[in-house]
Design a protein around this ligand. Structure first.
Ligand SMILES: [Zn+2]
Length: 105
């Protein structure tokens, strides 16, 4: 499962030295040099602040998450997206009802 310590790049899969911080072929950071948005913290922050459901891409690309964690994150992100969508919908309805009542006056 965990390809990080086996001398292969998590991104392109080619053999690299265990001590390499960056892949010689695709240039992706390895181990602690891995891009921050593939970590747990990065995925959570990006989901909440920027990407919403699009962070699912990160979840399924990230080499840091196992299969169970991917499903857990996927479920959480979908739930959050749905919740955010409902909140926006409520807000939109509230705003449009304010406009329609003010038009009637
Ligand atoms: Zn690579």
């Amino acid at each position: 499962m965990d390809t990080l310590q086996q001398g292969g790049c998590w991104n392109c899969g080619r053999k690299i030295d265990l001590l390499d911080s960056f892949c010689r072929y695709c240039g992706k950071g390895q181990g602690s040099h891995m891009p921050w948005y593939y970590g747990h913290f990065g995925i959570i922050v990006l989901t909440l602040l920027a990407m919403g459901p699009f962070s699912l891409i990160l979840v399924w690309k990230s080499p840091r998450l196992g299969t169970a964690a991917r499903w857990a994150y996927s479920a959480a992100i979908m739930l959050f997206s749905w919740y955010a969508f409902m909140k926006l919908y409520d807000l939109w309805q509230a705003v449009s009802s304010v406009f329609s009542t003010s038009l009637q006056i």
